[in-house]
Design a protein around this ligand. Structure first.
Ligand SMILES: [Fe+2]
Length: 316
């Protein structure tokens, strides 16, 4: 059994905080699972977690609204290019009408790849998303009053990495991370782990002529992907394996309050993370009340009012 169970979360640097909440909650029907701050650096930046109401790993996409810092990222290769959400079969028409009615930028044509229909649309900060239809997703729908369950998002389907070179990365996915090579379609390469259902799929797009994107925090770019592992022991097994293969660009296990993280760079330059599922979001809010209050880790709680006062107010 593979150590990686699928996705834990994806993290993007977006623009404004309120437009981000409106995009995930009001447009896509996600729950704001946690409202906290970025745990690196002195100046506070929100860290907003969205997913299903239970905050399950594999449904989570998180945002750093970077507009207040005025630091813009550059999209390019060596980055995650597209966040792909999973929806049931025959739901793209509902979403196309919804995007149209709400003035969301979306592509004219539905495309098909690896036998799955997909619809491209855009976050207000320019980050690209696909809705991908699958009848293999057994996860509960992300419920919202104006989105019928038969069309609702089930969680993250996959990520699409833009890479200038793919040879080393293809080997890395299989030998270092135990993904299976699941096929090629034009410039796309697909990998799957566990049962290969939505939530366990990684895709490369080979773009040899695309300039390298930025990799530090900057508005308009997807910063990293976190894969789910059970606990720190399992996380360290991945670290040991990476180190033994010469991939020494790995971090220690870092305390992220709701999980522990170990970061590493894959050969194509994209930041990967292994995040543990053994802690979770119920440590400071009861299930059913996730995201209702601004939360801080114990070592920052004394500064709650000061930090909140320096952030853009948001309403859900
Ligand atoms: Fe992360």
């Amino acid at each position: 059994m593979s150590i990686i169970k699928g996705f834990h979360h994806l993290t993007a640097c977006v623009s404004g905080a309120q437009e981000d909440v409106d995009f995930y909650v009001k447009l896509l029907g996600q729950t704001l699972v946690k409202k906290t701050v970025l745990l690196d650096g002195e100046e506070p930046v929100y860290h907003l977690y969205y997913g299903n109401a239970r905050g399950d790993a594999g449904t989570l996409v998180t945002s750093f609204p970077f507009k207040q810092k005025g630091v813009k990222g550059r999209r390019g290769s060596g980055q995650i290019k597209v966040i792909n959400y999973s929806v049931p079969r025959d739901s793209l028409e509902f979403w196309r009408e919804r995007f149209s009615a709400k003035g969301v930028a979306f592509d004219k044509d539905v495309v098909e790849r690896f036998d799955e229909r997909r619809q491209r649309f855009q976050h207000p900060c320019g980050i690209e998303f696909d809705l991908v239809e699958s009848d293999r997703d057994a996860r509960p729908p992300c419920s919202a009053s104006d989105i019928p369950e038969q069309f609702a998002i089930r969680g993250v389907h996959s990520i699409t990495l833009s890479l200038r070179e793919v040879a080393e990365s293809i080997i890395f996915m299989q030998e270092a991370l135990d993904f299976r090579y699941a096929g090629q379609s034009g410039p796309y390469h697909r990998f799957e782990t566990a049962d290969g259902a939505p939530g366990t799929v990684v895709e490369f797009i080979h773009e040899p002529d695309r300039l390298q994107g930025s990799s530090i925090y900057g508005e308009g770019t997807i910063h990293h992907v976190a894969f789910a592992v059970d606990n720190v022991e399992q996380q360290m097994l991945i670290k040991d394996k990476l180190m033994s293969m010469g991939h020494i660009d790995t971090s220690e296990s870092v305390n992220r309050n709701y999980f522990r993280s170990m970061y590493f760079k894959m050969p194509g330059g994209v930041m990967f993370e292994a995040a543990t599922t053994d802690i979770g979001f119920a440590i400071d809010e009861a299930p059913g009340h996730f995201g209702s209050e601004f939360q801080l880790p114990p070592w920052l709680r004394e500064r709650k009012n000061e930090l909140l006062g320096r952030l853009e107010p948001i309403a859900v």
